[in-house]
Design a protein around this ligand. Sequence first.
Ligand SMILES: [Ca+2]
Length: 237
Amino acid sequence: MKFALTGSGELPGENSYAVLKGQPPLGSDPGTGREWYHGLNVSTNAGEATDNMIAMDRAEWVTFDSGDMDALWAQDIVAVESVGVRFTPNTKAPCPAYTFTVSAFGVESSKDPGNVDALKQALLERFGVSNVADVSADLALVDTDGDGMTDLDEIRAAYEAGYFSQIFKVSVESAEQGITIRWACVKDRVYTLLRADSMNGEFVAVASGAAPDTGYQVYNDTEATLGTSYFYKVVQQ
Ligand SMILES: [Ca+2]
């Protein structure tokens, strides 16, 4: 977020902050969500505007809540109730009158919610923890869509570099008609299934397309005839 602050020469109280407020828990009153604070950049010269550029980055903000800070931030940054600037009186006695003007206030759009990387974000949404190691053994075995690949493997395959090659496998079985080929896939990546008559023969594409979901893709090669050998390859683009 960014804004300009113009003051009347006084500094505001030390509890003056830019405030980012998360959505309150379901059923709670509006405005009761967790607050994150960031210091303000204010000039002591009356009428001088100062720029405040504050990244929506976990390291930039503090909160008084305790716990897994990355997890709390990840929860709030995708469900922000409000952002604003809060001023408190300063400690001079008597507290002088002062005026601040906030101008050019804006939030710059970003596809990336703060510094929460996609893997962390997906783990938090599915398991409520931000690290693979913190997923319980029971939850690690859950396969919500029942396709044979666990939820954890689906998330890791999609967001963890190099993980997919560890779980990538292709299986071939004969079907009622033709041959069924099944392979592990990651959503939106393009896979091409190739077939040849012999190991050293020419592999020809029989199907190609982007995987609609992470898990397994199945292709039934109905052109395969009984009693003939086929060799299949799956290539990920
Ligand atoms: Ca699954």
